[in-house]
Write a protein that binds this ligand. Structure first.
Ligand SMILES: [Zn+2]
Ligand SMILES: [Zn+2]
Length: 150
């Protein structure tokens, strides 16, 4: 899934909302924090994170609804189909499910968005057996302790 221009196109399930971000993601991995898990009702959140300045909503801006999930996180979703679009956390970073990008990239996650790490592994509800680094909270450049649990 080559993507030489580093433009990543994402959309909700019904296609009413389309967005893109350009450039390398801030991070790509799995988040185990309780906020993401409860926002998604899943054991991990398969996130791609980028800065808001990298993002452009190309279709259906009027369909984007946002609610406060917790005091430090908002969740945006499509008002037509209910798909989760992205979370905005206390750092102001947007993150979304990696799989939202498959719609525009031949049904696959595009090159450049491969998962690199696990974050908030200290809050996990299950162990994951893979070779990615597992940070107890966040790497130091993102304001965490940088402590690795595996
Ligand atoms: Zn939709
Ligand atoms: Zn999280």
């Amino acid at each position: 899934m080559a993507n030489p221009e580093n433009v990543y196109l994402g959309q909700c399930n019904c296609g009413a909302v389309k967005f893109e971000f350009t450039g390398a993601p801030v991070a790509s991995g799995y988040c185990h924090c309780v906020e993401c898990r409860t926002a998604r009702e899943s054991d991990t959140f398969d996130f791609i994170a980028w800065q808001p300045a990298q993002q452009r909503i190309t279709n259906g801006n009027d369909k984007v609804r946002t609610h406060s999930h917790t005091s430090s996180m908002t969740v945006s979703f499509c008002s037509e189909c209910g798909s989760g679009l992205f979370h905005t956390n206390v750092l102001g970073v947007h993150s979304t499910s990696r799989s939202l990008f498959r719609h525009s990239h031949d049904g696959k996650v595009p090159q450049g968005l491969e998962p690199q790490l696990h974050i908030f592994y200290g809050e996990r509800v299950m162990d994951v057996a893979d070779d990615l680094p597992k940070f107890k909270d966040l790497p130091e450049p993102f304001g965490g302790t940088g402590e690795l649990l595996a």
